[in-house]
Design a protein around this ligand. Sequence first.
Ligand code: URA
Length: 218
Amino acid sequence: MVATTEEVLELHGRVRECTACPLHLTRTQAVPGYGPVTARVMAVGEAPGENEDREGKPFVGAAGRLLTSLLESAGLDRRDIYITNIVKCRPPRNRDPEPLEVEACSHFLDEQIDLLQPDVILLLGRHALTRLLPGAGGISRLHGERVRHNDRVFVPLYHPAAALYNGGLKETLEADMRRVRGYLADAEAARARRAGGASASELRRVAASAGGDQMDLF
Ligand code: URA
């Protein structure tokens, strides 16, 4: 069942108040995530940067603008996507998050995935890949591929910030992003089949409890 707005806002509230790791001492504000609770696609980055720390929303700086245009060029609308990060508070001077910070924060991301049940999860960069698909392989091998894990579909992608500094990566990222719509269509169809399957098996259960003969109807 899809989450309610209240459930997601309650989680965002807990993120904003979190003091579980030292990043709360240097943040302006935590950045829980942004997007509709009905989103079928979730995008997961690394950690907020300076702009995100100031505005309280993920991917609002230069990397965010590139993300928006990459999504658009692949026929996806950013407004339909729930965007968040592995770590919800900005590491000082945008350094990589420390393992202890990732550890302290990760349960929020797990809750976000459990609540929204997205059909496809985009892993933006190696930090998201390592956290959500540990041991699966590196970003240079897996980028653009569809990886199924724990009944979910993940798509590792290069981080948009990397493409800002490396023009060659931008073309790769564009090509990878174009594959996402097909993955989404497949995942939505699989979900619809599962829902249909569940109701058919429910009908069978009801029929069985009503008497053996009706089993033949199904
Ligand atoms: N980079 C990220 O990984 N996340 C943001 O929110 C912004 C930039």
